[in-house]
Design a protein. Structure first.
Length: 409
């Protein structure tokens, strides 16, 4: 990737906005700031700890094992607004239908793009491709990159923060945005606590080949072990997200491919035909994590640094992208009123606007985990009846579809 790297200097460099984290959330924010940079001559920098790959199209080598994300239709529209969707769509697999069921029960709910009058309910896109498209857009913008570099210390000062980097450089920022996934320890350094509740579950993720076309259907299936999802990918492949009680996944991670596919077949059934291939398997523990503060004077916290959700509803990145767009909108309004980008009135307005959407998404995904994870007598029958009823009642089904599409807040 060709980035604008400022010359090293012992002097403190001053920026209006510094984004800590050049991943999908931080890069999306950089792209969303394009219009403000043009109108207001905003000085923007991105700090990224990992070296960035070459973003040229010739360097793109899609891998069977490449991690992918489900992008809601609403997020696709936001990428259109950023001017990156046309390129991003080239590697996107549309989701035409979502099939929600419980293993061993008759009840099911089916959400259809055709019923909603849209091309797709969402899309599945390799994370690496999304990153490349966003970085190609960033190359056209006057953004300074500090990469690879880490923020060693971050200190609140008048009108913002001072950031000391691992490279020995020092930056001054009117607004610092933490979009580093919460991995840097900066939240803790600033005294921002997070509420954490473990689900005592671990997600096993892999790409699997199937024996018949999936026709763009995504599956959400609830089993005794936990929810499992299959998302459509090109060439008769799907991304598997298989939830286990923590510890139970270890045996499956070490199985040979044939034994793993046999267990997956028994757990999921034959709705996609036979499972024919499995790629590299990954796992990570699942928790609900929410930062107790997402704004301070001169500071905003976005993405997984602000909230980490269970993947059951596939809403994590979609929620983060809405936060990105809302933050830029709040900054635009603040500038029009003559406020600095780090002004607390502006940031509080952003937080008030985001609070309801964030709470609704967290409640929705958390409730699904709890509802389908409980095993009280008669509850499985009630869940089955609920899925059947939801499928039969059009307004309820369409409301669920709108939430899945990222259009319902």
């Amino acid at each position: 990737m060709t980035t604008r790297m400022p010359e090293k200097s012992s002097k403190t460099k001053t920026y209006d906005i510094v984004i800590v984290g050049g991943g999908l959330v931080g890069s999306s924010l950089g792209c969303a700031l394009a219009a403000m940079m043009a109108r207001s001559n905003l000085r923007v920098a991105i700090i990224e700890a990992a070296a960035l790959p070459d973003s040229g199209e010739q360097a793109w080598q899609p891998s069977f094992d490449a991690r992918a994300s489900a992008i809601a239709a609403g997020s696709a529209q936001r990428f259109r607004e950023l001017g990156v969707w046309e390129a991003m769509q080239r590697e996107a697999s549309p989701i035409a239908r979502i099939h929600i069921s419980e293993r061993g029960r008759l009840g099911a709910t089916r959400l259809n793009a055709s019923e909603m009058g849209v091309e797709a309910l969402g899309y599945v896109i390799p994370n690496a491709w999304m990153g490349r498209v966003l970085h190609q857009k960033l190359e056209t913008l006057p953004i300074d990159w500090y990469c690879p570099a880490r923020v060693e210390t971050m200190t609140a000062v008048e009108n913002g923060h001072r950031l000391a980097l691992s490279t020995g450089e020092t930056l001054s920022a009117g607004l610092t945005v933490l979009a580093d996934g919460g991995r840097s320890g900066l939240k803790e350094q600033l005294g921002i606590e997070s509420q954490r509740r473990s689900y005592e579950q671990t997600a096993l993720i892999a790409h699997v080949g199937i024996s018949q076309p999936h026709h763009g259907v995504a599956f959400e299936r609830f089993t005794d072990e936990g929810p499992m999802a299959l998302l459509p990918l090109p060439n008769q492949a799907m991304e598997l997200i298989w939830t286990h009680q923590s510890g139970d996944e270890k045996a499956r991670l070490t199985l040979d491919d044939g034994a793993f596919l046999a267990q997956l077949q028994r757990a999921f059934g034959d709705r996609v035909g036979r499972f024919t291939k499995v790629g590299k398997r990954f796992s990570y523990p699942l928790s609900l994590v929410t930062a107790r503060e997402t704004v301070r004077p001169g500071l905003a916290v976005l993405g997984n640094a602000a909230h980490a959700l269970h993947p059951v509803a596939g809403q994590g990145f979609n929620l983060a992208l809405r936060s990105v767009m809302d933050l830029v909108e709040a900054l635009e309004e603040g500038r029009q009123q003559g406020r600095d980008v780090g002004d607390m009135h502006t940031l509080l307005a952003f937080e008030r606007h985001r609070a309801r959407d964030r709470a609704n998404v967290i409640r929705f995904s958390d409730s699904l985990v709890r509802l389908f994870g409980a095993s009280f007598p008669l509850l499985p029958h009630a869940r089955a009846a609920g899925l059947i009823g939801l499928n039969l009642v059009g307004p309820l089904r369409r409301g669920l579809a709108r939430r899945a599409m990222g259009l319902e807040r």
